[in-house]
Design a protein around this ligand. Structure first.
Ligand code: NAD
Length: 540
């Protein structure tokens, strides 16, 4: 990689005085085409991200200050006025091109996602696929979701009422590090189609991927200032909440509560996509051989750092041992690796903090009597933050990993004697994001799904069938969130509904005023009679 030189102006300021030049895996002048897109006045310092595969410094970039956030929202607000007036077909055309570009240029972003998050390439590709699906979906369906609706008015024929969807203005998106491409565009695509501008605050560790999205949107033809990126941590996220018209937050439940409280004070809308403790039930009639690969994927995709990831296996006791024999063998076979290619099944955890959390959860369970059927160890032989895919049995309910989200490659086993007990166990959590049910009897699985308190329930798959179905809303019950992304609900969340009612007939003497002019109780009697007739005719 080339080296940035002292005295390069903004580039020189990015060099960490404690590190010699050429220390970064991606030197400042290499990433400068991306990092110059950050809205910053260079007063808030520099962030240094880490390559999770080795722990080496990955890149340095300037942070935004709270004033930069206000500036970004102001610029976005000015640009949004013109964008809202741009014909819808031009707006959808931009997103349609984005969906093509993301597939054409996937190798660039796959490398970047892997380098910033440490995930395996297949998990990174799921992000690319998700974005292409979302772009296609909203380009095709967006106009229908946003179309004006005629609804019945007060007086048949004389009152004409239409309901319009207007963009809210500037949508603030705050996202974590685990899906740095997909989460950004899950929020941005419907918001932009609806005529909003977006100001994004990514996690500091995955800021380059977010900036690549900004570049791609520009290449797809998005006019200037409609998608702006501010860089920083929680303070910059909190500053964003102060200025925008809607906040789309993805992250932990603890932070989501703070964001929701402040958004509530400001009376702005929120979409909150939060944590989970997702269960997967294997019913007694499941075809075990065909189930195992899907269950493995459900638990260990992106090393378990997927919000929909399964952390609790609920097994019918009749098949539990036979299932675990096959399942643990498949988990043992998973390959861990650092390649920027498709050779590894499982990548690294993103950071030392994630490694600490996973280690703490597993060690706590083991100390309380749990058994590791597979894994339970730090795999420092592969990289500093790698953790072995882990299956824990006999986890007591007092263990941290029994109730708290681990957000790592760790799944615990519970045996149940009936479907009813399985539903009880699945619902025994403060969360309700995703659940999975496996059975050859789909009708029975559907009946169980209706009793599970979860925003998505996936039958005979772990997560991809719900996530990849862009027409279907996705989000959480209970402490897993509020509002939904994807589909009609995803675009409605970032619009205001406006009713425009037109009263006709004044010049023909058939207005409400004509009725009121009759005086006394006549208007009331006429109106009461008319309401009675309308009820009989079942007019809405
Ligand atoms: P986090 O809540 O710590 O951080 C998320 C984002 O919020 C980051 O960009 C962070 O800088 C920002 N932030 C932190 N404090 C803030 C504040 N006070 N105000 C505004 N912004 C603030 O989450 P994390 O631990 O980095 O991410 C993992 C969590 O995200 C897990 O709980 C996971 O389940 C959840 N997640 C949920 C979904 C979903 O769709 N439901 C998707 C991905 C991740």
């Amino acid at each position: 990689m080339s080296t940035a030189h002292e005295g390069d102006g903004a580039l020189g300021e990015l060099l960490d005085p404690e590190l010699p030049a050429a220390t970064y895996v991606l030197e400042p002048d290499v990433v400068e085409p991306l990092t110059r897109r950050i809205v910053t006045s260079h007063t808030a310092g520099t962030h240094r991200s880490t390559l999770p595969f080795t722990g080496a410094p990955l890149a340095a970039f300037p942070l935004s200050s709270p004033d930069d956030v206000a500036n970004a929202v102001g610029r976005a607000r000015r640009a949004q006025e013109g964008w809202a007036r741009t014909p819808l077909r031009e707006r959808t055309a931009v997103l349609d091109r984005l969906g093509v570009l993301v597939l054409e240029r996937q190798s660039e972003i796959l490398d970047l996602i892997q380098m910033e998050s440490g995930k395996a390439r297949r998990s990174a590709f799921e992000e690319v696929a998700d974005v292409a699906i979302a772009c296609r979906h909203y380009a095709v369906r967006g106009p229908g979701y946003l179309a004006d609706r005629r609804v019945p008015g007060l007086l048949p024929v004389l009152t004409g009422v239409r309901v319009h969807r207007r963009p809210v203005g500037v949508v603030g998106a705050i996202v974590p590090w685990n899906y740095p491409l997909s989460l950004v565009l899950s929020e941005a695509v419907p918001a932009l189609v609806a005529g909003n501008a977006v100001v994004l605050k990514p996690d500091p560790q995955t800021t380059l991927s977010a900036l690549w999205v900004a570049e791609l949107l520009q290449d797809a033809g998005l006019p200037e200032d409609l998608f702006l990126v501010v860089a920083g941590g929680g303070d910059i996220g909190a500053a964003l909440v102060e200025h925008v018209d809607h906040i789309a937050f993805t992250g932990s439940t603890a932070t989501g509560r703070k964001v929701a409280a402040r958004a509530g004070e400001r009376l702005i809308g929120t979409t909150l996509e939060l944590g989970g403790k997702n269960p997967l039930y294997v019913a007694a009639d499941t075809d075990l051989d065909s189930a195992v690969p899907g269950v493995v994927r459900a638990c260990f995709s992106n090393s378990g750092q997927l919000c929909m990831s399964i952390e609790r296996l609920v097994l019918h006791e009749r098949i539990a041992d036979a299932f675990l024999e096959r399942f643990t063998a498949a988990v043992r076979d998973l390959t861990l690796g650092t390649g920027l290619d498709y050779t590894a099944d499982v990548g690294s955890l993103v950071s030392a903090a994630q490694l600490e959390r996973v280690t703490r959860h597993v060690d706590d369970a083991l100390a309380q009597g749990a058994r590791a059927l597979v894994g339970g160890v730090h795999r420092s032989d592969v990289g500093p933050y790698f953790y072995a895919p882990t299956v824990l049995d006999d986890v007591p309910s007092s263990a941290l990993c029994a109730r708290e989200e681990t957000f790592g490659p760790v799944v615990s086993v519970t045996r149940v004697a009936s479907d009813d007990e399985a539903v009880r166990v699945m619902n025994d959590t403060e969360f309700g994001l995703n659940a999975s049910i496996w059975s050859v009897d789909v009708a029975r699985a559907r009946r169980l799904a209706a009793r599970v308190e979860s925003g998505t329930v996936v039958i005979n798959d772990g997560y991809a069938s719900a996530w990849g179905s862009a027409a279907a809303p996705m989000g959480g019950f209970k402490a897993s969130g509020q509002g939904r992304r994807h589909g009609r609900e995803g675009i409605e969340a970032v619009t205001e509904v406006q009713t425009v009612a037109v009263q006709r007939g004044a010049r023909l003497g058939a207005s409400l005023d004509t009725l009121y002019a009759l005086g006394g109780d006549t208007p009331s009697r006429v109106f009461s009679t008319a309401l009675g007739v309308m009820r009989k005719l079942r007019l809405p």
